[in-house]
Design a protein around this ligand. Structure first.
Ligand code: SAM
Length: 242
């Protein structure tokens, strides 16, 4: 790191493995899909058991990360948050948009356990809103007395989004879930929690829709469609071949 504040460079200290293999259908904030489980593998000099000594005392951690999937795209001072239906423009710094002057994100996730595998330090996490392979640039313990401000004003994002769609599985999808149960016991819950958020573009919210959508979780492609305004039908679950 140089001493010149106008010329800062950061190196990843960890890499995320997450079920979310593409941007589509990732929840818009952490904590909305508790069954999303993944890991952070520590890298380089930070991959040292001493770096995480006593971290297991904390149930939650902050992950500071790079929006690597969109960092090459430009940013604009005004953006349209999906939470406002995608048609009102507000300042980028008044949003959690991924398109920012510096592509830095921050998410609180649950720290389920810390594993030492040979010489590798692996943090098991859940509830993340992160794309697979997201580079982590810092990790800090979550400290409720200071980080949680329940009475703070949060403007257009005051409360958790109240979308709660019902999700049903077709016979084919149920068969696939049964076959996958041994390797992915929480897959049906993960699909339900992800789809209950209505991952469609903001302008489709509360609108009926004939389209068949596909989303990728792990190495699976999941096809689904809206049945009506309250429910989703999972049509098919298939393995994506390499
Ligand atoms: N909690 C973080 C924050 O507030 O800085 C991220 C919020 S951002 C609105 C969450 C979205 O970022 C996800 O729904 C996903 O579409 C996108 N995302 C997650 N990881 C990403 C990555 N590594 N690169 C680009 N986009 C990513």
């Amino acid at each position: 790191m140089t001493e010149n504040a106008s010329d800062i460079s950061l190196s990843p200290i960890g890499l995320v493995n997450s079920p979310y293999k593409e941007k589509f259908a990732i929840p818009r904030q952490p904590g909305l899909v508790s069954s999303a489980k993944g890991i952070v593998k520590l890298l380089g000099a930070v991959n040292n058991i001493d770096s995480v000594r006593e971290l297991e005392q904390f149930s939650h951690i902050w992950l500071l990360f790079i929006f690597h999937g969109t960092q090459k795209q430009s940013w604009k001072p005004l953006v349209r948050p999906p939470r406002l239906g995608g048609n009102k423009k507000i300042g980028v710094l008044a949003t959690r948009s991924t398109f920012r002057p510096n592509p830095i994100g921050m998410s609180v996730v649950k720290l389920d356990s810390i594993e030492i595998d040979n010489q590798d330090v692996i943090l098991h996490i859940s509830g993340m809103d992160l794309l697979d392979q997201t580079p982590i640039v810092d990790i800090k313990p979550y400290i409720p007395y200071s980080d949680s401000l329940p009475h703070a004003n949060a403007g257009f994002a005051q409360a958790e989004p109240q979308i709660n769609l019902t999700v049903a599985f077709s016979e084919q999808a149920q068969l696939a879930l049964t076959k996958l149960k041994k390797d992915l016991p929480e897959l049906s819950l993960l699909i339900k929690q992800v789809l209950a958020q209505d991952p469609r573009p903001a302008y489709k919210k509360n609108k009926n829709d004939d389209k068949i959508y596909g989303m990728n979780l792990y190495n699976l492609n999941i096809q689904w469609r809206m049945l009506n305004l309250e429910s989703i039908d999972v049509i098919n679950i298939s393995t994506i071949s390499d």
